[in-house]
Design a protein around this ligand. Structure first.
Ligand code: ATP
Ligand code: MG
Length: 140
């Protein structure tokens, strides 16, 4: 198996931190590059002003904070990467970006920010496993 491009979708949770460790290890071993991705919620249509602008500003700032954390780690490890923030349905965006960016592998956390007790997989990971066209490595 030739791994040249790894998709790393992150939400800032300890699970996606663990996935980032794994993705960076693999990128170093395979001399692969990483596509760092955060999916931002979208602003509901019809929310009205100024609420819509305020929500967008909040979501954009939040995405920036999440991305800065992983960018720092990738920079330190001297991994070759690109970073993307995309608005939309999380699992659909992850599966789409995996295809468009021609990733060979998705490395993601088993759970995320909600971390509901008793659940083995978060809903995003569950859906990505269903719809992705490439292998998915689930890190816990
Ligand atoms: N907004 C996001 N952008 C990019 N990746 C995400 C995002 N949300 C979750 N992920 C990825 O999916 C993994 C699992 O998170 P998921 O959201 O499925 O679990 P959860 O938050 O515990 O549960 P749920 O969201 O279903 O309430 C995370 O570790 C991360 O890799
Ligand atoms: Mg979640």
């Amino acid at each position: 198996m030739n791994i040249t491009r790894i998709l790393l979708p992150v939400d800032g949770s300890r699970f996606s931190d663990a996935a980032a460790d794994m993705a960076m290890d693999m990128a170093a071993s395979f001399n692969a590059s990483v596509v760092l991705l955060h999916v931002r919620k979208t602003v509901p249509t019809g929310l009205g002003q100024p609420n819509a602008d305020e929500l967008l500003e909040y979501l954009t700032k939040n995405a920036e904070v999440v991305m800065a954390h992983y960018r720092g780690r990738l920079d330190n490890a001297r991994i070759d990467y690109i970073d993307l923030v995309v608005g939309g349905g999380v699992a659909d965006v992850i599966a789409n970006v995996a295809e468009v960016e021609k990733c060979d592998l998705v490395v993601m956390g088993s759970k995320g920010k909600s971390n509901l007790e008793g659940l083995i997989l978060g809903s995003v990971t569950h859906k990505v496993l269903n719809i992705a066209h490439c292998p998915v490595l689930v890190v816990k």
